[in-house]
Design a protein around this ligand. Sequence first.
Ligand SMILES: CC(C)(COP(=O)(O)OP(=O)(O)OC[C@H]1O[C@@H](n2cnc3c(N)ncnc32)[C@H](O)[C@@H]1OP(=O)(O)O)[C@@H](O)C(=O)NCCC(=O)NCCS
Length: 221
Amino acid sequence: MCGWPRGASAPCGPTAARRRTHVEYLIRHYTLDEGALEIEYIEEFFGEFARRKTTAEITARLADREHLIVMAVAALPDDPGTLVPVAYKVCHELFAAESDPRLADLAAQLEDVVAFENRRILYSWIGGTRIDWRGQGQFRALTEEQEAWAVATGFDEVIVKTKNRHYEMRATLANLHFNVVKYVQNPIEILESKVFLSKQLGPHVLDLHRSARTRLEDGRR
Ligand SMILES: CC(C)(COP(=O)(O)OP(=O)(O)OC[C@H]1O[C@@H](n2cnc3c(N)ncnc32)[C@H](O)[C@@H]1OP(=O)(O)O)[C@@H](O)C(=O)NCCC(=O)NCCS
């Protein structure tokens, strides 16, 4: 039984994956300015985030480095003519030497498990799917879009960080074939312990992709 929180039937696992084969996911790539505004908007719909990202924070982190902001959009059930962002994902390049203290700390924590030398490392920073759209393959579609872009852009490995408390995300990352490369225990609260996961990138990753994706014109809703 999968850990799906809502509804009687669990929308995960191979049966769910088979059921979704006919779905076409609509993906938009965003410029930094527009993407930062959209992220602030979409994060309003997440109860999980204790502290939401601001446009200033997003812009400051992404402005001078390779990055990708992608969102899946879908029609509102009561207004099929209106497309709204239902899931999003933001990733950016990470270097062994970073000047920003948060990123420097991240790179330092990864030092013993990630080879930075002569390799391009991508950090999958933030993302999620709005509650009403979960379990429909939106996050898989975005992850596959991100991976296709990452391979085409020359990245060698993608890293993601989560916490013990994020059970849904951990289960999702396992289904998306991310491997745990490091665990940093929080001495006070085990739910706050950090889990670092990684996926080696290359054409082999694209062979496993299975979501039908259409890229819409870039920009806002
Ligand atoms: C985790 C999350 C992004 C998944 O989004 P989603 O759109 O529902 O995911 P998908 O439907 O694309 O599912 C992707 C895969 O994960 C699996 N999956 C998704 N949620 C799952 C769950 N709760 N339990 C087990 N498996 C799950 C799906 O079965 C699917 O695998 P498959 O394609 O092999 O069948 C979403 O639940 C979410 O936004 N959670 C809150 C975000 C969060 O906790 N962030 C914390 C910071 S890391």
